[in-house]
Design a protein around this ligand. Structure first.
Ligand SMILES: *Cc1c(COP(=O)(O)O)cnc(C)c1O
Length: 482
């Protein structure tokens, strides 16, 4: 892959290229023969950072260093020319790459690729929204097979509010790129009927935020591939501890690493993870062969949605316990969901873990706690459904707000994926911008509360919900008898 016009290779450059070739062969062998054989937890803890790297390059630091430097210096002009021509591994300038973001990227690439035979790579981004932009823009090139063609893509209507805005306003209204919304993603004909010769990709969020919509990844991936299109999946809510879409045929995964993957709440960051050799009708070998690296070194070099190295290491640090954390958070959420389901003031509860949820069976085919069969507490595969749930409060939007205002320890914030329980009313927050029609499309009623259960003891979370529900409950009871 080259950054521009053909570069004349001098003998000095060739020496650097040969040395880099040896290094890359050693790294690939280490990934293939050592790291890919580790369990999920070991990869989450170590990623690609090892004793050799630490001793040779980083003065033995056992934690990945934070490289705040803007730029990389080169030994001589030969090394610089080889580096800037992308002929040797390099980080050049921190908008393009950086040693700290490098380790963040590899941990995420390996976790998303866990259990998948092929190669996965990752491009870090400044946010989840930047990850979505990074993943979709390369397919929306205007000139297509040497002609200017209309462009469209097919996406699940039940998606994060920011995604809805990016697709609906930025792409559709401002640039005439048609987003064809799938309203029932479990119906494969709904997807199929929207694809034509100008379709560039299929996009699905699962489980969706906040509606917990789900679809059959294998079936949708097969449909995409039969049309020579990639399937892009946002699986932020699941995290790779519970679901790894690439293993099931997806080409590209986007993550808002801001959310459950980190859970600490220390800042915003994102990632695009792709398998090598994606399926696409775009005629561009670099994009096809290694999508993440292509976007990182070319389009993102030019647009600049890069991740800060400080953020990369803070987030990396949060990922090391991802599996056990998602297990605990999922179990707590299950207890809270079961409690809410029994409460007379609650109209309905949406949680994929509840057998009564219409998508419970489908989600159960895909959402498994990684390595449960190697965990001494389980010794067999177990389903886990994450910590996002929603419920509707009886009595309408006003009563819902009163209940919400009565919460004493659960935080009222437009956030999710936290180690602390956080709740929001989507209709007045995350999904406020898209208006009544958009909310209707995405199935967001005004009395819906989105709750993301944290790592507090579930009895305490339930107690907080209980006092807030009983307060409005006694009021509606009085109103009913009055
Ligand atoms: C939050 C979120 C995003 C956007 O991520 P940011 O890091 O906030 O930019 C995208 N998708 C889903 C499912 C999200 O929950």
């Amino acid at each position: 892959m080259s950054g521009g016009e053909e570069v004349q290779v001098t003998p000095g450059m060739q020496e650097y290229i040969d040395k880099a070739g040896d290094y890359l062969a050693r790294r690939d062998k280490y990934i293939r023969e050592v790291v890919k054989k580790w369990k999920f937890d070991t990869i989450a803890v170590h990623g690609l950072y090892n004793v050799e790297d630490a001793i040779e390059d980083y003065q033995g630091s056992i934690i990945e260093p934070i490289f705040m430097s803007t730029a990389q210096a080169y030994r001589d002009s030969d090394e610089m020319a080889a580096a800037l021509g992308y002929m040797i591994p390099t980080w050049c300038y921190s908008r393009i790459a950086n040693p700290s973001t490098y380790y963040y990227e590899w941990t995420l690439a390996l976790l998303e690729g866990y259990g998948f035979d092929g190669v996965t790579e990752c491009c870090s981004t400044s946010s989840g929204m930047a990850a979505i932009m990074t993943a979709v823009q390369p397919f929306l090139v205007h000139r297509f097979h040497n002609k200017i063609e209309p462009r469209n893509f097919v996406a699940t209507a039940q998606c994060y509010g920011g995604t809805f805005q990016q697709f609906n306003v930025r792409l559709m209204e401002e640039r005439d790129i048609e987003c064809r919304w799938v309203t029932d993603p479990t119906n494969i004909d709904d997807w199929a009927s929207k694809i034509d010769e100008n379709t560039r990709f299929l996009y699905g969020e699962l489980p969706s935020n906040p509606g917990l919509s789900f679809f059959d990844i294998k079936v949708v991936a097969d449909l995409a591939h039969s049309h020579n299109l990639p399937l892009i999946v946002d699986s932020t809510v699941a995290t790779p501890a519970l679901l790894r879409p690439i293993q099931h045929g997806a080409d590209i995964v986007v993550q808002s690493v801001t959310k459950s993957i980190t859970s600490s709440g220390f800042g915003v960051c994102g990632a695009v993870i792709a398998r090598s050799g994606i399926v696409t009708n775009i005629d561009n070998d670099a994009l096809k062969n290694n999508f993440s690296i292509y976007t990182k070194y070319l389009p993102n070099r030019d647009y600049g949605p890069n991740l800060h190295p400080m953020q990369a290491i803070m987030s990396l640090n949060d990922m090391r316990t991802l599996r056990t954390k998602m297990d605990l958070l999922s179990r707590n959420t299950m207890k809270v969901a079961e409690y809410l389901k029994m409460h007379p003031q609650v109209e309905s509860v949406e949680y994929l873990g509840l057998p009564s949820h219409p998508l419970h069976e489908l989600a159960s085919e895909y959402m498994w706690l990684v390595d449960a069969e190697h965990d001494e507490n389980y010794g067999q595969p177990v389903n886990r459904y994450g910590h996002l749930m929603s419920f509707c409060v009886k009595g309408g939007p006003q009563v819902t707000r009163e209940f919400f205002d009565g919460l004493q320890r659960i935080w009222r914030a437009t956030d999710l994926g936290r180690i602390k329980s956080v709740a929001t009313i989507p209709a007045i927050s995350t999904h406020q911008q898209q208006g009544e029609a958009g909310r209707c499309l995405a199935n967001i009623p005004p009395n819906m509360v989105r709750l993301c259960v944290g790592a507090e003891h579930p009895d305490d979370t339930i107690a907080d919900l209980d006092q807030a529900l009983n307060r409005v409950g006694s009021k509606t009871a009085v109103a009913a008898t009055a």
